[in-house]
Write a protein of this length. Structure first.
Length: 247
């Protein structure tokens, strides 16, 4: 007869942190809102100061609050955002020795469907107009390094148009690393930089036309090929692991 598994009872500080965490993620506490004074929280939860501060340390490590010391200090709410998730995902991948190629391959699988999703939207024509407006505004920088550095703006705009929060989060986590790889790449001039920038620009124009036409299959196929080709350029030129581009 097997012995029953030992049940771990959460510490008081973990329970307090959980209570405050739930209030933050449910929107009951807003960004930069000050939490009540320590004395009030200690009374509300019927806990000691060390227990409260341990709860604060838990929440601070999760990026949900910031604690300022001094007479005007205190705990303030930090609403969770995609940047925090992206940074932590980067740390995990670095610790596992993940290759940049691995991340960029995942990016193709996760991000390419966004083009088809946007093309299927009822307002796909309006979406295309917004994308075209970005391309028109960025055209002045086409032959400068700044244009390549701004590619991620178009990509994020496209993904945001899907209005799928899970896809937006996953893509942001992968883009955090691919953007770092792009930055590493653009630090050193390459003979084909201008050619590649013009090709990427043409692809975005064609993609915008396909979205405007509502051709979801062609839009997704084009975006998949573009992301794959762009990833191969980054992998071939600089950095083999995630730590190479994030360190």
């Amino acid at each position: 007869m097997t012995s029953p598994s030992r049940i771990r009872v959460p510490k008081t500080a973990e329970l307090v942190a959980g209570n405050i965490r739930n209030r933050i993620v449910r929107g009951e506490l807003e960004m930069d809102e000050a939490l009540p004074p320590e004395s009030a929280l200690m009374e509300d939860f019927n806990i000691s100061r060390p227990t409260l501060r341990e709860a604060f340390r838990i929440l601070e490590s999760e990026g949900l609050i910031t604690v300022r010391r001094g007479s005007r200090g205190g705990a303030r709410v930090q609403v969770p955002d995609t940047d925090v998730a992206a940074r932590y995902a980067g740390f995990v991948l670095q610790s596992r020795g993940t290759t940049v190629a691995d991340v960029l391959n995942a990016r193709v699988m996760v991000e390419s469907p966004a083009a088809g999703i946007v093309a299927r939207r009822r307002d796909h024509v309006a979406c295309a107009r917004r994308l075209r407006a970005w391309l028109t505004e960025a055209a002045a920088q086409l032959d400068t390094p700044a244009y390549t550095e701004r590619f991620h703006e178009f990509n994020r705009m496209l993904v945001a148009m899907t209005e799928n929060e899970t896809l937006i989060l996953f893509t942001a986590m992968l883009e955090h690393i691919s953007d770092a790889a792009s930055t590493t790449y653009t630090r050193v001039p390459h003979a084909d930089d201008t050619k590649l920038a013009h090709k990427a620009n043409r692809t975005r124009h064609v993609l915008t036309d396909l979205i405007e036409a509502g051709d979801a299959v062609a839009a997704e196929d084009l975006w998949r090929r573009h992301l794959s080709d762009a990833g191969q350029v980054l992998v071939a030129n600089r950095g083999t692991t995630v730590i190479d581009v994030l360190a």
